[in-house]
Write a protein that binds this ligand. Structure first.
Ligand code: ZN
Length: 385
């Protein structure tokens, strides 16, 4: 079997930045490794984006069904970031007991660990009591709609008793992440020459009132607290309006990011945002809110025997409390809610704070712990005699 670090290096050396999100090369590599080990492998991709190839590798049959999920795309590297890298981001250089490279921790470290766990199971398939499914998914970095969501909606994924979604949790077991609601707000006024602004209607002034109302809304949200992921938030990230200092601007727009905690109903959240806008006095300007874009939250319990067994494997390996903890960024877990009849956790080495930036790395010792935990878990749950 290919070594863990060697496997991670091979994965990093096949670039898979998204955009553009072409995962054909890395998917072909993963599919080849898993097929050679005797897994049943499929490589589906959606009609709308045929170069976004996913890999599904299955070993064993029957219950329980356990899924190991990681994404194979990475964020892209722009020219600015490329200059900051100390190594070639696709060389997978080993330095200071770390593997450096784009995707080294997000998400090829969990992926390599998961591949090794499935390869281990595939060595003695006749002794396996249950099904182990590896999903190497495209499109996570752009929301997963044509990746994991597409796989789940089109019948490519089985109902699972336990799912591990590989992301960066310092090898702790995360059971919740926030969701996001994006929106656009536009104010419309009337443009006149700035020599007599009172004859016009200033769209920026109107928007200023809405921005302050949104700040108040953000403060009120802190009364809602989730034990794992904290409070919901509302952030105005972009404002655009006007064209010159000597005219009254007739349009202004802002882009909002509203983070939802598990349990918040997206329809209610949308209604709250609409109310903030409609209850703010901007007359005679007009205000509009729309372009709502939802990325759902996720949360799970860890009560089942499978989840408890996984927590025990983490505890035994780390000699520390495994969690559960929260995970601040989003993940593909939100797309898997419909295929999990048991429970689902997020787990993997490293920190999301070193992902998505220059000199991304994974500590080799942490990577080895991830792989060891997954192997223990496979042994404990699928090789039970
Ligand atoms: Zn990731």
């Amino acid at each position: 079997m290919i070594g863990l670090v060697e496997l991670l290096q091979a994965l990093v050396r096949i670039p898979s930045p998204n955009p553009p999100g072409d995962t054909r090369a890395i998917a072909a590599y993963i599919a080849g490794v898993m097929r050679d080990a005797g897994c049943a492998v499929t490589t589906p991709s959606p009609e709308q984006k045929q170069e976004a190839v996913n890999v599904i590798a299955v070993v064993g049959s029957g219950d329980p069904v356990i899924m190991l999920h990681a994404h194979i795309d990475t964020v892209p590297i722009d020219a600015n970031e490329r200059m900051k890298w100390s190594t070639d981001p696709y060389a997978a250089v080993v330095q200071e007991s770390r593997v450096y490279g784009k995707g080294s921790v997000d998400d090829k470290a969990p992926l390599a660990s998961m591949m090794r766990a499935v390869l281990h199971a595939a060595e003695t398939p006749e002794a396996l009591r249950g099904t182990l499914v590896l999903v190497a998914a495209a499109e996570e970095e752009v929301g997963g709609r044509l990746g994991t969501r597409w796989l789940a909606d089109n019948g490519y994924l089985p109902q699972c008793d336990f799912i591990i979604v590989g992301e960066q949790t310092f090898n702790r077991v995360a059971t919740a992440h926030k969701g996001v609601m994006r929106a656009t707000i536009r104010t419309t006024g009337r443009s006149v020459h700035a020599t007599n602004p009172d004859r016009g209607v200033n769209a920026i002034t109107a928007m200023a009132r809405i921005v302050l109302a949104l700040e108040g809304y953000h403060r009120r949200l802190s009364e809602r607290v989730h034990p794992m992921v904290g409070v919901p938030t509302c952030n105005v990230g972009v404002i655009r309006g006007g064209s010159t200092a000597n005219a009254v601007p007739d349009t202004c727009e802002i882009f909002l990011d509203r983070r939802m905690i598990p349990g918040e109903n997206p329809e209610v959240v949308q209604q709250e945002m609409i109310e903030v806008v409609t209850s703010t006095a901007v007359d005679p300007a007009e205000a509009w809110i729309g372009d709502f874009l939802l990325s759902d939250w996720y949360s799970s319990t860890v009560d089942s025997p499978l989840a408890q067994s996984f927590l025990a494997c983490v505890r035994d390996e780390l000699g520390a409390e495994p969690g559960p903890v929260g995970y601040l960024p989003g993940s593909d877990a939100k797309h898997l809610k419909g295929i999990v009849r048991g429970e689902m956790v997020i787990f993997g080495p490293g920190s999301y704070e070193v992902a998505h930036g220059f000199d991304e790395y994974v500590e080799i010792a942490e990577l080895q712990a991830t792989a060891s935990i997954l192997r223990r878990f496979v042994d404990a749950t699928l090789f039970t005699g």
